[in-house]
Write a protein that binds this ligand. Structure first.
Ligand SMILES: [Zn+2]
Ligand SMILES: [Zn+2]
Length: 713
């Protein structure tokens, strides 16, 4: 955490000017301040070398015997550090007058081990745009030990290695008319080697993946490389399988769940040119693939594409768009529920809009019904499943079909209250209520993992009797066993899949029909394709509406549409039930009609009115400290500085205010949100404010910056 804190960067930037003999240069973000100096000709060639490790740093070394042509950015070198010789990467060369002696570079690695200038440029852009020191960006893009093996680089493959061939599955792989148009349009950009951004807006089940498959094959045939991003890759093993069977060979998957050796091996392969297609989650966006011919970002609206902690807080979609421009290749953003930003870009001509309006199986979209829970409650009292939903599930079971039920709440009850004094059981470290997990008989905090026995007495009065309020999936699971006795119910949430292989097992068993009802959190909304699912129930369609986040409505609409899209994909009789206490809400009415355009029109107006993206750009400053008073004071000072600078940057400052989650892991959190119109001005504002604030920043206070934040909670 300390490594990325702005205090360090601020201190470093001032160190450049005030301290006469700076030796350590680990804030490359400020590198432009060094600049060329007068009398550069007299200075000998030097290189700024990044050295990896727990906390990456960069130091200047002199070239010594090594010539300028051998020492370019991206070159791997071995340099002395204390008494050892360590590998490092040249990120900058020049003739700066540093005012102190530098040690000579020991040796350079074989030329084949050079990192591409294009890739370094990408990392540099991320560093600048996302306000993160370059060493941290490099660390995110490069596995820890990568520099070590690069000194003994694998031989670059001259031809495709023999891969175990995989038999194509006997599925219909001919594109529909809509798919063909999309493939042809994007192919033009692909074949001409020119950049284009395409929004592939296809309803759920419309076969976006088939479009990717055909395009990937074309790009590979042209000798180009392909990068495919999927959200939360562990949830979509099916997609990787489809790529493998279509291309007839193994496709490496790149995601944060890989162990360090696995990641290193894959990286090695990519580097040696052996991997011409990489499928991966967010972090794959940083993979050092050269000669890209196609980039696909599937489910582009998914919030998991945004990196949260640690920095750089990049958005994989935006990184992909940058890479597409850089490489001159098409970037395909696919979604049934595109983000407002992307859809707006498509409507205003920044992206090319391609639509798939029919399901690949030509099944119609499911019929959506809104269930008024107020009326239901009057009839039957409080029930988890309304009568229409329960009947539909029963009928589906009778027909030998399956059902998916969605409730985005983990645990048994979301609040446990003392029966004697009414005290809610809270996390001692966070400003949130503990969640009762009956399966483990614990009360747990979902933010810091604190847990305590569910039978522990009230901290206020010592009472043992507790009341459970607010239901979670565990409670509904219990209820399902009661109303559908003897029916196999599978629960899919983060708790049920905590052990490796559990998720695959749950999904396999459901697909095979061993379980008949799949109940779960948003994990059930992801791109699963279960032919026998014809009924989907959203148990609480109002969840998420009230959140203090301008994206709450968008996210709710996306989730509902995605989970609804699991119904009736193969047999045109899907039914979806939205249980709600606000049956007239405009959002649900749009969901009822599968009307993404209508939802977009409403929501984009709200964004315009309040100056949110895509109309204005956001920069979120967050301050954290265990000492509440200090962080409140510090944030006030910082906000004053921002307010002073804001007019020059044509920006508006909102706050300071406590974050919606006031305290997490004993750290008090305060926010200031800045809205601006120009990226460069926001960057200037951030740099300037941090510089001015640095001298008064208390040691206990951390400052983090989030460019284009996805969550404001
Ligand atoms: Zn009590
Ligand atoms: Zn906690």
């Amino acid at each position: 955490m300390a490594a990325e804190s702005v205090r360090d960067r601020g201190a470093c930037s001032s160190r450049w000017r005030k301290i006469p003999r700076p030796r350590r240069v680990w804030c490359l973000y400020w590198i432009s301040y060094i600049g060329p100096v007068a009398g550069a000709a007299q200075q000998e060639l030097k290189a700024l070398v990044l050295i990896g490790g727990g906390m990456p740093k960069a130091y200047w070394y002199r070239a010594g015997e090594i010539t300028a042509s051998d020492l370019r950015p991206g070159t791997l070198v071995e340099v002395p550090l204390q008494k050892r010789k360590v590998p490092g990467i040249v990120v900058e060369t020049g003739h700066p007058d540093l005012g102190f002696d530098t040690k000579p570079i020991h040796r350079v690695a074989p030329d084949s081990a050079r990192l591409s200038a294009e890739w370094l440029e990408l990392l540099r852009w991320i560093s600048q745009y996302y306000l993160t020191p370059l060493p941290l960006v490099l660390q995110a893009g490069l596995p820890k030990a990568a520099t070590r093996f690069l000194f003994h680089p694998p031989k670059r493959a001259t031809k495709q290695p023999m891969e175990k061939s995989i038999m194509p599955v006997g599925k219909n792989l001919d594109p529909t008319a809509g798919q063909s148009i999309a493939i042809e349009t994007i192919s033009k950009s692909l074949e001409s080697g020119s950049h284009g951004a395409f929004l592939l807006h296809g309803i759920t089940g419309s076969g976006k993946t088939l479009v990717y498959l055909h395009l990937a094959k074309k790009a590979l045939a042209l000798g180009k490389r392909v990068l495919v991003l999927l959200p939360e890759i562990a949830l979509t093993p099916q997609t990787i399988g489809r790529f493998e069977s279509f291309l007839g060979r193994k496709v490496p998957a790149f995601h944060s769940g890989l162990s360090e050796p696995e990641r290193r091996d894959l990286w090695k392969k990519i580097f040696a040119g052996e991997a011409d297609i990489v499928v991966g989650a967010r972090s794959a966006a940083l993979a050092p693939l050269e000669n890209l011919g196609l980039i696909v970002v599937d489910e582009e609206h998914d919030s998991s594409y945004k990196q949260n902690d640690p920095a750089p807080r990049y958005h994989a979609r935006d990184v992909s768009l940058f890479r597409g421009k850089q490489a001159g290749c098409p970037v395909v953003l696919g979604s049934a529920t595109p983000s407002l930003e992307s859809y707006h870009a498509a409507l205003t001509g920044k992206f090319t809009l391609l639509e798939l309006k029919e399901r690949a199986t030509s099944s119609p979209l499911p019929e959506v019904e809104i269930v008024d829970m107020k009326a239901q409650q009057e009839m039957q009292g409080y029930q988890h499943l309304s009568i229409p939903l329960r009947d539909a599930v029963q009928q589906a079971l009778d027909r030998g079909e399956q059902a998916i039920l969605f409730l985005n709440r983990r645990g048994y009850s979301t609040r446990r209250v003392c029966r004697a004094c009414g005290e809610t059981r809270m996390c001692p470290h966070c400003a949130v209520a503990l969640v009762h997990h009956r399966s483990t008989r614990t009360l747990r905090c979902h933010y810091c993992d604190f847990s305590i026995s569910a039978d522990s007495p009230c901290v206020k009065c010592g009472e043992h009797e507790m009341l459970d309020t607010g239901r979670g999936v565990e409670k509904v699971e219990e209820h399902l066993h009661k109303i559908f006795p003897g029916v196999g119910v599978a629960r899919l949430d983060r708790d049920s899949v905590s052990r490796a292989g559990e998720m695959e097992r749950i999904l396999e068993e459901f697909k095979a029909g061993e379980t008949r009802i799949l109940l779960g959190t948003q994990m059930v909304a992801k791109g699963h394709d279960f032919p026998k699912v014809n009924v989907v129930g959203v148990l609480d369609a109002d969840a998420g509406f009230g959140l203090a986040d301008f994206r709450a409505g968008e996210r709710a609409f996306q989730l509902i549409t995605q989970v609804a899209g699991r119904a009736g994909r193969h047999k045109g009789s899907g039914r979806v039930f939205l249980q709600t206490y606000n049956p007239d809400s405009a959002l649900l009415q749009h969901a009822l009609k599968h009307d993404h355009a209508g939802f977009f029109r409403d929501e984009i107006e709200r964004r315009r009115e309040h100056g949110y993206p895509p109309f204005r750009r956001l920069l979120l400053f967050e301050m954290l400290s265990r000492k509440e008073e200090e962080v409140v004071k510090a944030m006030e000072v910082f906000a004053l500085i921002l307010n002073e600078l804001a007019p020059q940057a044509h920006a508006d400052v909102l706050g300071p205010a406590y974050a919606a989650l006031k305290k997490i892991r004993n750290e008090h959190r305060l926010h200031v949100l800045v809205k601006g119109d120009y990226p460069n001005q926001l960057q200037w504002l951030a740099d300037e404010a941090v510089k001015r604030f640095a001298p008064s920043q208390p040691k206990s206070v951390k400052l983090r910056m989030d460019r284009d934040p996805v969550s404001l909670l």
